[in-house]
Design a protein around this ligand. Sequence first.
Ligand code: SAH
Length: 217
Amino acid sequence: MIDSPKHEGMRHRLVEQLRQKGIQDPATLAAIGAVPRHLFLDSGFLDHAYEDKAFPIEADQTISQPYTVAFQTAMLDCGAGGKVLEIGTGSGYQTAVLCQMGMEVYSIERQQTLFKKTSLFLPKLGFHAKKLIFGDGYKGYVEAAPFDGIIVTAGAPEVPKALLAQLTIGGRLVIPVGVDQQIMTLFIRTGVKSFDKKTFGEFRFVPLLSDKASTAS
Ligand code: SAH
């Protein structure tokens, strides 16, 4: 299974749809136009890979809808060379989009089957994250902190304090907050203890699960 001109054409149509839905960031749209999403899906969904929909992947998880990936990536607003942390590697599609944009990407996944599969698969496609980590993203990844951007791709019942603590000054945390539905939320660190918070529309994600009930850093 490889990329082809047919798939490239489908991707360009998807990019046009995303533009019409309000995604404007040229770097994000270029990355969506370049990453072969069909290679990240189970074979049963191949024909639908470039529809703007989420699909099931292994371990009862989902590959996010392209609009959601584009929206979160644009909100992260991190250019090439920026150091970013993704919570919820899943299929690796969002990870690949960030790598495609030239970011230094760390990504954490708590489901071992997905972690193993994606760790093998991403380099085969030429997407080289700085580090893929098996563990609980609630705690962030203090070993490589601070990050210019942190993107959470699962619905967080509350904002993990560790993630705020692991941002650079000026760094951005993009996190969907809520239980059944989530409000997309952006935190920008303005000082050691100060953050600006902005909220956007409603989205629906699989839950961010934690191995510990505590959200302390
Ligand atoms: N970015 C992924 C989205 C996958 S769905 C993609 O593009 O395919 C969300 C993922 O978050 C799931 O794989 C789930 O296992 C993972 N997840 C949930 N809670 C987590 C946690 N505490 N730490 C790390 N990963 C988590």
